[in-house]
Design a protein around this ligand. Structure first.
Ligand SMILES: *Cc1c(COP(=O)(O)O)cnc(C)c1O
Length: 389
């Protein structure tokens, strides 16, 4: 069996008679049958012939197969966005009366799905803080807890949750463990190695890595993925074949991109740490990170996100963004181009000050998604903006 990184490059739909080298796009909504009998057999699930692109499409399957290889999973299903992957994993596997135990430091829209929509279906939830102890996690488990959901590193606070500890807990209590691995990517950490049953991704971020398309994917145990597939094939969050093609080509370079993102991020974090305008800075692979030991244990690199607290709070954070000349102000992360954001005045502005504090979003928190520009240029822009802020 080839190495997963090789498979992310060499997995490809069967070569057509045109003898193409690069993978083609199967931009078609449906597929043909030679005769009535073939069509009947396909609809009766007697073979795995392509029927309709809401169910399966070769370009989408190629991307999915690569993600399955990279995460070390049994199966997968790709979706139109990260949110439809997360939502599909909840709706297919949770039912009325079940309880979802989630970390409170999660992506904003995931929080909305859990808090606003799951209760409409009779699904209970409760939150545990990212810094909770093993005993606190265990105490939060209820007899009807069916799934644990978390992200690590968390967004935007970069807290690290111990996957080995949670994996053991989930196994002990026979609870599904569902990890959003968007921030680390499978080149940074593979939650299945620590006992995760499901891994969800926003492919929009590092996987595309060039800010072009939306996409999502969920990989994991075969029988769970089949339930998610059946839910999605009926409800329709299908990934466009065009976007799947973009994402599949992106996976050919994910390993080298993530290596450079992480190298740039570490170099920048080292210089910025201790800067007089920075009250505190977090990067998982710096010794100063509060969960550095856990990060080293479960991650292959520190990832591409650096966050810091600028002295001067909310106003200084806004002045910092205004002073940037190279870094982009945009609602994305995981791009070749470095991006700066100020969660307290943007993505998390709707939360109350107490709610922000509870998930470690301080007034002066700045999140940098470190791109692939030369690290000296990224650093120079941040340093000059800090002088002005
Ligand atoms: C962006 C993001 C999502 C949602 O993904 P979309 O592709 O925007 O739907 C989910 N989780 C995390 C951690 C994210 O950063």
């Amino acid at each position: 069996m080839l190495h997963p990184i090789t498979r992310a490059i060499r997995t490809q739909t069967e070569r057509t008679n045109e003898m193409e080298h690069s993978t083609p796009i199967f931009l078609t909504s449906s597929f043909c049958f030679n005769n009535a009998e073939d069509m009947r057999a396909a609809f009766a699930d007697e073979n795995d012939a392509n029927i309709y692109s809401r169910f399966v499409n070769p370009s989408v399957q190629e991307f999915t197969d690569k993600m399955v290889a990279l995460e070390g999973a049994e199966a997968g299903f790709a979706t139109a966005s990260g949110m439809s992957a997360v939502f599909g994993s909840f709706m297919a596997l949770l039912k009325q009366g079940d309880h979802l135990l989630s970390c409170s430091s999660i992506f904003g829209s995931t929080h909305t799905v859990i808090k606003k929509y799951l209760p409409n279906f009779g699904i209970e939830y409760s939150y545990v803080a990212a810094g909770a102890s093993p005993a606190e996690w265990e105490a939060a488990i209820r007899p009807n807890t069916r799934m644990i959901f978390l992200e690590t590193p968390t967004n935007p606070g970069l807290d690290i949750i111990d996957l080995e500890m949670i994996g053991k807990l989930a196994k002990k209590h026979k609870i599904l463990l569902n990890v959003d691995n968007c921030f680390a990517t499978p080149l940074g950490q593979r939650p299945i190695e620590f006992g995760a049953d499901l891994v969800t991704h926003s492919a929009t971020k590092w996987i595309d890595g060039q800010g072009r398309v939306l996409g999502g994917v969920v990989v994991g145990k075969k029988e769970l993925i089949n339930d998610i597939y059946l839910f999605c094939r009926s409800t329709g969050p299908a990934l466009s074949p065009f976007s799947a093609w973009v994402l599949s080509k992106s996976l050919e370079t994910l390993d080298v991109r993530m290596e450079r993102h992480a190298k740039n991020a570490l170099q920048i974090a080292k210089v910025l740490e201790g800067h007089p305008k920075i009250a505190s800075l977090k990067y998982p692979f710096l010794k100063s990170h509060p969960q550095h030991g856990i990060a080293i244990n479960q991650m292959d690199n520190g990832g591409g996100i650096v966050c810091f607290e600028i002295t001067g709070g909310l106003d200084a954070g806004r002045r910092f963004l205004d002073a940037l000349q190279l870094l982009s102000l945009t609602a994305n992360l995981g791009d070749t181009r470095s991006i700066a954001s100020h969660p307290a005045s943007t993505t998390h502005a709707k939360l109350t000050a107490e709610e922000r504090q509870a998930v470690n979003i301080t007034p002066g928190l700045i999140r940098i998604s470190v791109g692939l520009e030369h690290h000296t240029d990224i650093l120079a822009d941040i340093l000059q903006a800090l002088e002005i802020a």
